[in-house]
Design a protein around this ligand. Sequence first.
Ligand code: ADP
Ligand code: MG
Length: 333
Amino acid sequence: MTTSPEAVGPDAATPGQPVLEATGLSVVHRTRSGPLHAVSGVDLALYPRRTLALVGESGSGKSSIAKALLRLPPPTTGTVTLDGTDLAALSPRALRAVRPRLQMVFQDPLSSLNPRRRVRDLVAEPLDAHPDPARDRDREETVTRQLEAVGLPPALFGDRRPHQLSGGQAQRVAIARALAAGPRVLIADEAVSALDVSAQATVLNLLRGLTEERGLAGLFISHDLGVVRAVSDEVAVLQLGRVCERGPTEAVLAAPAHPYTAALLAAVPEPGRPLRDTGLLPADPPSPPSGCRFRTRCPLADSRCATEEPRHREVAPGRTVACHRPLVGAARA
Ligand SMILES: Nc1ncnc2c1ncn2[C@@H]1O[C@H](COP(=O)(O)OP(=O)(O)O)[C@@H](O)[C@H]1O
Ligand SMILES: [Mg+2]
């Protein structure tokens, strides 16, 4: 592994205004044993035709972030803006009107597809839920277009029911349904984790192509750094509810700056296998330690890491890391 600053040249520049921007996002879950701080102070911005990957182990807060962006439920603190509008400021009616612009696909497509409905009716669901006369004038054509976009010819697949689909095909139906809503933002939460390797590749290529063709802003959530490489322009690494490193995907994966990212990369054994089970990365402590959240698991931790929480700083153009002892950049303390 070598540091390659060339890899983060002009491509690293973020284009234009973000479609969706989250600032200071925190999510606290109420549990029987008290408040659980799942997400603490996360900032992120999604741009048209770009995909940000959010990676981290199971329990690091990825789904809590996705749900907070959709206000299901809203974040405990922090703001989320869509095209500059603060979602918290919208009336329930106005929020319902913007909801179709934020679409999400989940890990298990079958659980989100009504088993009794046919594919063409499943894809039309957002049209029925949020009628828009201009868009829905030709419902049939809209459905056909989305099915073709995900590579499922309507003549072959339109009349099938979910149990007549493979896992990859079902996920493509879920994506077609999300597209039918006319989204600006597409959030995929572990959307390929349950698929076999070849179906993963199909769905990843599809997501990659669709963000480009439809000008979507993508948020791709995964515990698997291997799949992130195929789909994202930028990556943010989440550890115990905080982003510990972010930057252009190729640069971060070629030379991780945070020891946690390096450990995640070293722990990528085979697609889909939970990182925690690899034995390469010690388990998270039950609650975040003082100072750096990774220090009890970090081979490089020193006394400063125990007392002082590291802040994000730039280690290369477009790359920041919250670490006192980053593996990349001259400012190694
Ligand atoms: N609805 C909930 N109630 C209580 N705790 C929750 C809830 N959802 C998630 N958590 C807890 O919040 C933490 C982050 O969970 P989650 O966002 O699902 O992480 P990830 O998607 O990265 O696996 C975990 O400790 C999880 O147990
Ligand atoms: Mg999750």
